[in-house]
Structure formats: C-alpha cells, structure tokens
Design a protein. Structure first.
Length: 258
C-alpha cells in the first residue's frame, strides 16, 4: 500500500508520496497560491531550474530544451503543452491543476522525471502513455517507472455526459459505438464509471482510467499510487474549478536526479 505524507514549507502544507521518495517532489495546496513554480522549487531543491507550460488540455509532452527553443524562437513566454520530461539532473518540472489529475513520474534507474496534466481530454488523448513512450525513447524501462497521481476530482462527484465517458473510455476499450464503450467500462472490475440518476450522465473517475492505461502498457499496480484526496471535496486544501468556477490552481512538481 502506498503512503502519502503531509509536509510543511514556510508553514504551508504540501503532499508527497512514498513511491517518489528518490526525488524531491510535492503536490502543493491552494495555500501556496499564487506563488509560481520557480519559487516553489526552493521547497524541493533550491539549485534546480524550474520549467512550466501553458496548459491546453492536449497530449503534447516537451523537454526543457524544447521549451527553451520555443520561448527563444517566439514572442510567447510559455510553450503550449501539458507534459514535461526532464533531460538532465536538477530540472524541476511542474504542472498546474484544479480538478484535473497531476501525474508525476520518476525513473529509478535514469533519474529522469515527468510532470503531466491529465484532465479528461488529455486522458482521452493518452497523455500519460505518450509521456512514457517518450521516456522509453530516452532509455527508460517500464519496470523502473514510478507513477503518482495527485489530488483530483473523484469519480463519485464528477458528473459527465455519456459522450465524454465514451470518448475517454475509447482510450482503453476498442468498441466503435459509444453505448458499447460505456457498457464495457461499467463491466470492468473496479470500474472507472459510477451510475448517475440523471439520464445521459455518468460519474467518471479519470485517475482510474489513467491507471488502466498504465496497466495496459504493462506497468504493475505496485508502480502506481493515487492520492486519497478529492479536490472538490477537500476545500480546505485544494482549489476545485467545478466547485468555485475560479481560474485558480495548485502546482505539482518533481526534480530530476542522477
């Protein structure tokens, strides 16, 4: 069983997971708002360089070099993407979330890390498998990866349309018809779907879909941890876009090693 721990930095709380113990990392709370990642990196590893993105609910995963190249070649301050993968030691990669799933990955052999923003759209587009393929192209083996999914909206309170459930379900089930996909999702053991009293609606556990994508790649359950916190149901610690309809976020970050 994976354990999660609360820590304090400058009197404010953030969360870590024992699965990611080899790397300085944290799932930071709303109490840190609006401090940016380059400040929060000081809580993890003051010597690390911080990288972040302008997130767009897609499945593009970039390296710090690609981020720097984009910023240097354009007028944009930030590159458009939803995932970052480190290339060398002391790179802190960050993602923001306010109900979507923040995913931090570390490779125990190479020290390489990744930070991903996996909302329902990014999950439907398989951002986590995309990132893992990119890590493999940089020398990672699946058995060496450790994946922690941070606080996000829980299935029991995340109502979506059957169409959205079918779109995200299509990432793990290869039926053609939306009704068949949704029925197959309901029949899975520990299903990511819960029934909803409203016609045409279901409740969706996005983190569970990401876990199923990982398992289909051949990553074992022991390599995956899911935080026991729901952003919507934990207002004392986390922003929830569904709850507040405000454009506020909490940051999650991890620093590469080796």
């Amino acid at each position: 069983m994976h354990t999660w721990h609360w820590h304090n930095w400058e009197g404010l709380p953030y969360l870590t997971c024992n699965l990611l113990t080899p790397w300085p990392h944290g799932f930071f709370t709303q109490q840190f708002w609006p401090r940016p990642p380059h400040e929060l990196t000081h809580a993890l590893q003051p010597e690390a360089l911080a990288y972040r993105l302008q997130q767009v609910h897609g499945n593009t995963v970039l390296t710090p070099q690609e981020v720097d190249n984009h910023v240097n070649a354009s007028d944009d301050n930030l590159a458009l993407a939803d995932g970052l993968i480190s290339q060398r030691p002391l790179q802190a990669v960050w993602v923001a979330s306010a109900d979507c799933t923040p995913v931090l990955i570390g490779d125990v052999k190479t020290g390489q890390v990744a930070a991903l923003h996996a909302g329902w759209r990014g999950t439907a587009a398989k951002i986590v498998p995309e990132a893992i393929m990119k890590m493999q192209s940089h020398g990672s083996n699946l058995a060496d990866l450790r994946v922690a999914m941070g606080p996000a909206i829980a299935g029991e309170v995340y109502q979506v349309s059957v169409e959205v459930a079918a779109e995200i379900g299509n990432s793990i089930i290869s039926h053609n018809e939306p009704e068949e996909i949704v029925a197959a999702l309901h029949n899975l053991p520990n299903s990511p779907l819960l029934r909803d009293p409203e016609p045409g609606k279901v409740r969706l556990d996005v983190r569970r879909v990401n876990a199923l994508q990982l398992e289909q790649l051949g990553i074992s359950g022991e390599q995956i941890a899911i935080a026991p916190y729901c952003t919507f149901q934990t207002p004392e610690h986390f922003f929830s876009y569904r709850r507040e309809r405000e454009k506020k976020v909490q940051w999650s970050g991890i620093v590469s090693g080796c």
